[in-house]
Design a protein around this ligand. Structure first.
Ligand SMILES: NC(=O)C1=CN([C@@H]2O[C@H](COP(=O)(O)OP(=O)(O)OC[C@H]3O[C@@H](n4cnc5c(N)ncnc54)[C@H](O)[C@@H]3O)[C@@H](O)[C@H]2O)C=CC1
Ligand SMILES: O=C(O)/C=C/C=C(\O)C(=O)O
Length: 470
């Protein structure tokens, strides 16, 4: 099976085909075609042609289209689940309860947020100023492989409801759910050119973001690629929204509910094989509970079913950090290697869930994003020390606090250099809230009205009001 691009409402077969591997077995599951400069140009032109009419629709009508796309996703739920699992090797449970439902929720949420958003108006000294928002035009949507459908729709829904047309470039590892989504758009009768999807490697993404017909770029992925995109669009000063890497800290205070903190940390470290930008890679535990926490976390990690990494290369990267931990002097509490199953999974891309301790804060292991099922656990004595440790990173995406002390929760949360702080929970989301990170973790925020602000430009109109006769 060869996946083709979706341009101007039609499948478009063009370009060399490249293989997509099943991470569970390492075998090729399908091929997709690689967008060359001509395909990229065609997709951008299709998006431009559709842009004026789509932008001219009342927001309530575009919101109606978002609800229809949500219904289309519901109708193709099982196909999307199958496509996502084939490309990523995710668990059925996670795919059915998180990845695909979030696609539906993304379209529904932004339909409501956009339809209900009031315009700004200010009245001062005989002047009435009000703001109208216009879409940016054609938005390039570049998404990674870890949560392919969730992240694609997280960007598409607000971009579209704000009146933009889009060209999407999914990751070369995970085109499957985007291809099903193209069929959903066509079946729903979405106007041709509003959504265009092209496949290919990073080079196709680079061609897309550089294209002069692209007005803005929204990207989730590695900080290195974010930097490359920033350079590529710098001379045209295109607006960018970046959600990049993380090296997230979890702070476990001695007054916490320990059972809850351990189970929560198991989730925050190992969900999706640690391949979520929000996952915790640095745990800091207060001295009095450090030994017990480490022993129980390691024991829970041993019980977990290993999950595959997305690719052979990514597995090599994660394993290289396991080796680095040893060479930097870590004590490996559990894992650190490749699991053997004695079945078809032995040719897949698995690594063991791993917990290490004993490294300096300045070790490469503790400073670089690994993006695998692994964390380092260190101890702290005081609240101030815990805050300094958490903030001692080049990244600033998310942090998690485990404490029963409400005052401490508020105090510490407000001092953490992170875009997102969870207290006594992890990765529970209200889609109306700002989402994104500081430092190397990104630029801007998406979520709720912040997404609508990114995907549109305000024009302020000021009118002098006639004063009534005295
Ligand atoms: N959200 C996050 O925090 C994510 C972080 N990563 C990190 O990045 C590392 C590398 O993974 P990759 O798959 O290579 O991520 P990546 O950031 O390079 O890829 C993400 C997307 O960007 C595209 N892309 C790559 N180079 C591009 C360019 N120059 N211009 C435009 N688009 C481009 C890719 O084709 C893909 O669609 C991982 O090991 C992990 O550490 C990966 C995925 C998500
Ligand atoms: O929007 C979400 O719920 C999750 C976002 C996660 C990422 O951006 C990521 O892992 O890259």
């Amino acid at each position: 099976m060869v996946l083709t691009h979706f341009i101007g409402g039609q499948p478009v077969a063009a370009g060399k085909s490249f293989p997509i591997h099943d991470p569970v077995t390492g075998t090729v599951v399908r091929h997709a075609q690689e967008a060359d400069p001509e395909v990229v140009d065609r997709a951008v032109r299709a998006a431009r042609e559709a842009a004026r009419d789509w932008a001219a629709l009342p927001v309530a009508e575009r919101a109606g289209w978002m609800r229809r796309l949500a219904e289309g996703i519901e109708a193709r739920f099982d196909d999307l689940v199958a496509a996502e699992i084939a490309d990523t090797g995710k668990s059925l449970d996670q795919t059915r309860t998180l990845d695909i439902p979030r696609g539906i929720a993304n379209f529904r949420a932004f339909a409501e947020i956009a339809a209900q958003r009031p315009d700004d108006a200010f009245h001062l000294s005989g002047l009435l100023s009000y703001t109208v928002r216009r879409p940016l035009g054609v938005v390039a949507v570049i998404v990674p492989w870890n949560l392919p459908f969730l992240l694609m729709t997280w960007k598409l829904a607000p971009a579209l409801v704000a009146g933009n047309t889009v060209v999407v470039k999914p990751s070369e590892h995970t085109p499957g759910s985007a291809a099903v989504f193209a069929e959903i758009c066509a079946d729903a009768g979405l106007p041709a050119g509003v959504v265009n999807i092209i496949f290919g490697y990073g080079s196709a993404g680079q061609l897309l973001v550089e294209h002069p017909g692209v007005d803005a770029v929204t990207f989730t992925g590695s900080t290195a690629t974010g930097t490359a995109i920033m350079n590529a669009v710098a001379d045209r000063v295109k607006p960018i929204s970046f959600e990049l890497g993380g090296k997230n800290a979890g702070l476990v205070f001695e007054d916490c509910d320990l059972e809850r903190a351990i189970e929560g940390s198991v989730k925050s470290v190992f969900t999706n094989g640690g391949q979520v930008c929000l996952c915790t890679e640095r745990l800091y535990v207060q001295r009095s509970i450090f030994e017990e926490f480490c022993a129980r976390l390691a024991s829970r990690a041993q019980e977990l079913e290993p999950q595959p990494m997305i690719s052979a290369e990514h597995r090599e990267k994660v394993l290289s950090y396991y080796a680095l931990a040893r060479s930097e002097g870590a004590k490996v509490l559990t894992g650190g290697s490749v699991p053997t199953f004695g079945d078809h999974r032995d040719s897949g891309y698995f690594v063991e869930p791993t917990v290490v301790t004993g490294l300096s804060e300045w070790s490469r292991f503790n400073r670089e994003e690994i993006f695998g099922p692994v964390c380092h656990v260190a101890l702290f004595d005081s609240e101030a020390e815990a805050i300094d440790l958490a903030n001692g990173s080049d990244y600033g995406l998310a942090a998690t606090l485990w404490t029963a002390n409400l005052d401490r929760a508020h105090r510490v949360a407000q001092r953490l250099e992170a875009g997102l702080v969870w207290v006594n929970t992890w990765y529970q989301r209200d889609l109306r809230t700002p989402f994104g990170g500081v430092k190397l973790s990104g630029i801007g925020r998406e979520g709720g009205t912040q997404s609508l602000d990114f995907y549109s430009e305000p024009t302020t109109i000021t009118i002098r009001l006639e004063q009534p006769d005295a």
